[in-house]
Design a protein around this ligand. Structure first.
Ligand SMILES: C[S@@+](CC[C@H](N)C(=O)[O-])C[C@H]1O[C@@H](n2cnc3c(N)ncnc32)[C@H](O)[C@@H]1O
Length: 207
């Protein structure tokens, strides 16, 4: 599936635009008030949010399984002389960092890709492992109010193929269950329409 994303980024190296997402702006405010200094970003893409966090004084480790996305972000980081070293990495594997290493983990529209529930449990347990105690886990996922929900072909329970993109649409209960399994406390869940998708924006805290 990384080929789908490689093709997206080959055809448009700034597919998601150059400005940070609204979710990144929202999370940044919470990062500042919680003295967050070191962040892991999963599924960073071409790095619109990575660049925003880094230029605002946060140290970010950025991972993505699209080799093209990693090359684009690496090039921008070098041109702008930013201390970002993006890594090619599939988050279906254990994260390449020690325990209790990050103040926060951030992902925007990654966890609604084609992950089985088993994969998602592994991702959340790995996020918990690399977070410091009381560390924050920010993520956004597409939800059942999304215009594309139930469109396309259902290829797995709750996962639809929509023009080649394989997407899971979350209920609030699924989010609660995944977080509860790792004993994360939910700080907030907000809903946002970010054209053309409808998202749950989630902030949660490790015990
Ligand atoms: C919807 S895009 C969002 C990109 C970025 N977060 C943004 O908002 O600009 C999802 C990203 O997740 C990456 N991705 C999908 N599955 C992945 C996986 N298993 N491991 C790592 N990255 C993955 C894709 O390559 C893509 O860059």
């Amino acid at each position: 599936m990384s080929e789908v994303w490689n093709n997206v980024y080959k055809s448009d190296s700034a597919f998601f635009g150059e400005e940070p997402s609204n979710f990144a702006l929202l999370c940044f405010n919470h990062m500042k008030t919680n003295n967050i200094a070191k962040v892991l970003e999963l599924g960073a893409g071409h790095g619109r949010d990575t660049i925003f966090f880094t230029t605002n004084g946060i140290e970010v480790e950025a991972l993505d399984y699209s080799v093209i996305a990693v090359e684009i972000l690496d090039k921008i980081a070098k041109e702008k002389r930013l201390p970002i070293k993006p890594q090619f990495f599939d988050v279906k594997n254990p994260l390449p960092f020690p325990d209790c290493y990050f103040d926060a983990v951030y992902s925007h529209m990654l966890l609604n890709m084609r992950f089985s529930l088993e994969d998602l449990h592994l991702v959340f347990s790995e996020i918990s492992r690399v977070l410091k105690p009381k560390g924050l886990n920010f993520f956004s996922v597409r939800n059942h109010n999304d215009n594309s929900y139930c469109k396309g072909i259902e290829i797995d329970k709750g996962i639809y193929d929509i023009e080649g993109f394989q997407i899971r649409f979350f209920t609030e209960k699924e989010i609660n269950d995944l977080l509860a399994a790792e004993r994360f406390e939910i700080l907030w869940i907000k809903e946002e329409y970010e054209e053309p998708v409808t998202l749950y924006l989630v902030s949660s805290k490790k015990p």
